[in-house]
Design a protein around this ligand. Structure first.
Ligand code: TYM
Length: 332
């Protein structure tokens, strides 16, 4: 059985983008894989997080993973800071990855923005830690949204260089799983920008804990163009907002863009937004309710995470110990 690893940052409330681009696929892949899903709190602090907020959001993210149907008895759900192997292997990878490789990372450029000198050094080496997350488990398949593609290519470069430098065939190749019609969900205010937890405008995203009225309002206010929906996919060219709203509907109904246009092509956005909002409410509000129910019992969520960390460490520790041996660290 192939091993899957993926992670999500607890740096805010998970969005519809996280759900459609990643979390939904995480749940679907449980059948037929051994899955390890991680709340990446070490990654979250690459941008400053208020400590109290971080702790609350970390537990909330873990509860969301359980609420979308991840089964922690068959698979592993845990916190990155709870398994030391991640940071240990990341240090080795800091010494394997080349500055030139990191300089090409578009996410660093986006997140650091114009004030690059003031970005944390953690933000710069963020992809090395991500490579360590995956490779500490010798995981081979990684379900992510489209924005993580470049980071996974870098992880493969790191694995190859490690194997080459130390003359071994130790770290496996990673296969990105970028799935479905919503691998890149865009902002509701600007169809050329990614929907993000960290966008200053709450109207730009749907949060998984939004209530039915908030979801309906955000969809109603979503930016669109004046044309009705086209009846074929070619009609979505140069219409990023329309494409986005069609992709969201397609992902939620396990359909394709073409299927949605066959059913709704010709509708004006007023009508289409009503059906889309109803669908979103139907799919998302049960997740919010279940997350809330789980959060009423923090000791339960924490016990799941503790057990997950113990089982994760049992896999990662021997792999990272072997990597340390290969590097030549003396065991005394
Ligand atoms: P993060 O926390 O930004 O996002 C978690 C997952 O959600 C996906 N995603 C999206 N998918 C579609 N449309 C969007 N608008 C959208 N926004 C986010 C992301 O692609 C991701 O799959 N670096 C990672 C976390 C990470 C990780 C890992 C992932 C750390 N270690 C190891 C895989 C393997 C991140 O910041 O995700």
């Amino acid at each position: 059985m192939q091993r899957i690893f993926s992670g999500i940052q607890p740096s805010g409330i998970p969005t519809l983008g996280n759900y459609l681009g990643a979390l939904r696929n995480w749940a679907a892949l449980q059948d037929g894989h051994e899955c390890i899903y991680c709340v990446v709190d070490l990654h979250a602090i690459t941008a400053f997080q208020d400590p109290k907020e971080l702790a609350l959001q970390t537990r909330e993210m873990a509860a969301t993973l359980l609420a979308i149907g991840i089964d922690p008895t068959k698979h592993i759900v845990f916190l990155q800071s709870g398994v030391r192997a991640h940071a240990q292997l990341a240090w080795i990878f800091n010494c394997v990855a080349r500055l030139g490789w990191l300089n090409r990372m578009t996410q660093f450029k986006d997140k650091a923005g114009k004030d690059r000198e003031n970005a944390s050094s953690g933000l710069y080496v963020y992809p090395n830690l991500m490579a360590a997350d995956i490779l500490a488990y010798h995981a081979t398949r990684v379900p992510v949204g489209d924005d993580q593609r470049q980071h996974l290519e870098l992880a493969n470069d790191i694995a190859q260089k490690f194997n080459h430098d130390y003359g071994v065939d130790f770290f496996p190749n990673i296969e990105p799983l970028i799935m479905g019609p919503a691998a890149r969900v865009m902002s509701l205010r600007d169809g050329t920008k990614k929907m993000s937890k960290s966008d200053p405008s709450d109207q730009s995203r749907i949060n998984l804990n939004d209530d039915a009225d908030t979801i309906a309002l955000k969809v109603r206010r979503a930016k669109t163009d004046p044309e009705p929906l086209p009846s074929g996919i070619d009609g979505l060219a140069n219409r990023p907002e329309a494409r986005n709203l069609v992709g969201i509907y397609a992902a939620l109904t396990d359909a394709t863009h073409e299927d949605v246009l066959r059913e709704h092509g010709g509708k004006g956005f007023g009508d289409y937004k009503k059906v889309l909002a109803d669908l979103l409410v139907e799919k998302l509000t049960p997740i919010a309710a279940e997350t809330k129910r789980l959060l009423a019992d923090p000791p339960y969520v924490d016990a799941v995470l503790r057990d997950g960390a113990r089982r994760a460490a049992a896999i990662a520790d021997p792999i990272v110990a072997k990597a340390e041996d290969l590097v030549g660290f003396l065991r005394v």
